[in-house]
Design a protein around this ligand. Structure first.
Ligand SMILES: NC(=O)c1ccc[n+]([C@@H]2O[C@H](COP(=O)([O-])OP(=O)(O)OC[C@H]3O[C@@H](n4cnc5c(N)ncnc54)[C@H](OP(=O)(O)O)[C@@H]3O)[C@@H](O)[C@H]2O)c1
Length: 240
């Protein structure tokens, strides 16, 4: 039986993906920070599901992942879905820096740890949920967009490493999932278009993972928006 950890798997996109992994014969450990969610999920006593508290801002995430891996009895897949995105109204440095601690610092620690773990082991798959937001700056949430851009470029670097590792017969994969809008707690009350349900997003992400794709837009039609964003001239982008 394959083993997976979903960081930020107690709600939203991560939770839907965790459910799909469970139904595909994975043993799954999900983590979150809301004790009510964690207790409800623990009480649901689902087979092959472990639920753990992990605040990436307070705890040492790589040490925790090591512990969860031992409890699971191994690790084949690590999905990093945790993120702070609710930065509407441009709340200033304190809020932005707090988001950066998760979206940049903890992201880097978890991505680096997971990649090295899988490379040393000789196989494994690291998946991170970034965003279409990483393709452009935004006056509404400057740090969020900048952090997602950082994540996308960081993952490109890891994918290069993974390609080299595969030339040495190691089966290591890195996938960047770039959602557009998904109706979760993060986007509650936000004006959205082409918003997907978390269930649909979870299904599409699972297919991408199964096919070991390098990156993918969720839902697929967001690849059109990404293309337009990439070719738009700077004088148009500055008017967003
Ligand atoms: N929703 C969208 O439209 C959208 C679009 C593009 C990208 N994304 C990205 O998708 C990912 C998942 O977002 P979502 O929409 O599923 O949001 P969500 O429902 O709010 O899920 C966020 C997850 O992150 C966890 N989390 C929050 N702060 C944490 C911390 N300090 N340490 C550890 N875990 C923490 C939450 O735990 P609790 O449940 O315990 O709070 C939750 O499990 C994020 O990286 C987000 O940037 C979302």
């Amino acid at each position: 039986m394959k083993k997976a950890i979903v960081i930020g798997g107690t709600s939203g996109i991560g939770y839907e993906l965790a459910k799909i992994l469970l139904s595909n014969n994975y043993k799954v450990c999900i983590t979150g920070i809301e004790n009510d969610f964690i207790n409800d999920l623990k009480n649901s006593a689902q087979k092959n599901l472990e639920v753990q508290y992990l605040d990436c801002l307070e705890n040492n995430p790589s040490q925790k992942i090591r512990e969860f891996t031992e409890q699971l009895g191994g690790l084949d897949l690590l999905v990093l879905s945790a993120g702070i995105g609710n930065l509407n109204r441009n709340r200033g440095f304190t809020a932005e820096n707090n988001a950066n601690k998760l979206n940049v610092l903890a992201f880097t620690e978890i991505a680096d740890y997971s990649y090295r773990f899988f490379e040393n082991k000789g196989d494994g798959h690291f998946i991170a949920i970034t965003s279409v937001s990483g393709h452009f700056g935004s006056c509404v949430a400057p740090a969020y967009h900048a952090a997602k851009s950082y994540q996308m470029v960081y993952l490109e670097g890891l994918r290069q490493k993974a390609r080299r590792a595969r030339c040495q017969k190691k089966s290591v994969y890195v996938t960047d999932i770039r959602p557009g809008f998904v109706a979760t707690r993060m986007t509650q009350g936000k004006k959205m278009f082409w918003a997907s349900s978390p269930e649909k997003a979870g299904r599409q992400i699972y297919k991408v993972i199964k096919n070991k794709e390098e990156y993918a837009y969720v839902t697929k039609r967001w690849s059109m928006i990404a293309f337009i964003l990439k070719v738009l001239p700077k004088w148009v982008r500055v008017r967003f």
